[in-house]
Design a binder for this molecule. Structure first.
Ligand code: CS2
Ligand code: MG
Length: 402
């Protein structure tokens, strides 16, 4: 079998997605997600100009060799653009391998290690009282874990709180929207949210919270300690993750578990955090961390250090990524949680898939391969629309992490 074509498909069914479709001379095709929120065309160009020409004529069965070729052969290694492009190729080749074998990909990864993939949804609302009904809606749908984000009194907007729609999409303008942030207002408010949520829902519902890179280590230590009475499953991205040593300071002060990794692209990005046990969950995902092949390496390293998976699964990761993630989630021994921000009907129409939600679990389905595809005719009806993630400033205008 040989690769004869690889199409880079950019579509915007409500938000932008980049998909790679690899075609072989025996008619078997595979798909991979290459979406990088706000930088979609950079990955599309990298694929079109620097990857696709080298794929034509290759044996699609050689997944590892192709990964090594694209990684070591690039010279300029790592980074979100390069690794998202490699991820798309890798994911599509696993899709093809499953179809050729007549097996769902999770069977190629060692088979089922659990009955289903426990997912968490996003409850978000402008204030504490209104977030309670959002949480109830997830509990009523059978979710066992819920991420909780609310507005911050005194701030016009904050991360994770949508304008009243169920689908939170932060890339809301071609030129970045400017948000304003106050750590003092945030640290003052968040503990009261979880005190109220625990009062309403009791001690066992898994609760998560995304700090979204906005604190210093000592501020994160204060937040973690203030949330200890509410036993969160994790606080996520407490600080910008460029300084692994900073997490030692957080660990010295609090037992609140930490989840990090959605912005990481390789095992080297998270190696120190894992081997020093500075985190409890690693959130790397198929589309941004080099595909199924590399993600398994990260999770295998994590398993040696009691670190569990908690893969990113926002709406800006396409159903192709979600499908691939579920096959990995089902098979690995150290699965923790899978984020699942449901896509819109428009998006689901472009990406028909076999994964489905039942009794609090997502199931990838039993179709050979990944169980997902792209309807290229329908995708063609949704042209790309420039959209950037916001930027964040402090009240005095100082640039801050968004
Ligand atoms: C967030 C994301 O889902 C999460 O945990 O961090 O919504 C993130 O902000 C977006 O994926 C960025 O595109
Ligand atoms: Mg996050």
């Amino acid at each position: 079998m040989r690769i004869t074509q690889a199409r880079v498909i950019v579509t915007c069914p409500g938000r932008n997605f980049v998909t790679l479709k690899i075609v072989t001379d025996e008619g078997v095709t595979g798909v991979g997600d290459a979406t990088l929120n706000g930088r979609e065309l950079a990955v599309a160009a990298y694929l079109t100009e620097h990857v696709v020409p080298a794929l034509i004529g290759r044996d699609p069965a050689r997944i590892e060799d192709t990964w090594q070729y694209l990684y070591k052969g690039a010279y300029w290694r790592r980074g979100p653009v390069t690794m998202s492009a490699i991820a798309a190729v890798d994911t599509a080749l696993w899709d093809i391998k499953g179809k050729v074998a007549g097996l769902p990909v999770y069977q190629l990864l060692g088979g089922r290690s659990r009955e289903g993939v426990t997912v968490y949804g996003h409850a978000n609302a402008p204030d504490t009282e209104s977030v309670l009904s959002e949480i109830s809606a997830y509990v009523d749908r059978g979710y066992r874990a819920v991420r909780v984000q609310t507005g911050i009194p005194g701030l016009e907007s904050t991360y994770g709180v949508s304008g009243g729609t169920a689908f939170y999409e932060p890339a809301d303008a071609a030129v970045p929207t400017e948000n304003v942030w106050s750590t003092a207002h945030y640290l003052e408010h968040v503990p009261s949210v979880f005190a109220r949520v625990r009062e309403e829902f009791g001690p066992t519902l898994k609760l998560l919270h995304d700090v979204h890179h906005r604190l210093t280590p000592i501020e994160a230590a204060r937040l973690g300690r203030s949330l200890e009475p509410y036993a969160l499953t994790w606080i996520e991205d407490p600080v910008p993750a460029e300084l692994p040593e900073g997490f030692r300071l957080i660990r010295q002060h609090t037992t609140t578990p930490i989840a990090v990794g959605e912005v990481f692209n390789t095992i080297w990005d998270c190696q120190q955090l894992i081997t020093e046990q500075l985190i409890d969950y690693i959130r790397t995902t198929v589309v941004h961390a080099g595909g199924i092949t590399h993600l398994r390496r990260i999770f295998d390293l994590a398993a040696l250090y009691h670190v569990r998976s908690g893969s990113h699964g926002a709406t800006d990761l396409s159903p192709v990524c979600m499908a691939a993630a579920l096959h990995v989630d089902l098979a690995i021994p150290n699965f923790g949680l899978q984020e699942y921000m449901r896509h819109t009907d428009e998006t689901d129409g472009v990406f028909p898939h076999s994964y489905h939600f039942a009794d609090g679990y997502l199931h990838p389905g039993e179709e050979p391969g990944l169980g997902v595809d792209i309807d290229e005719e329908l995708a063609g009806r949704y042209p790309y629309r420039p959209a950037s993630l916001p930027v964040n400033r402090l009240r005095d205008g100082t640039m801050h992490s968004w």
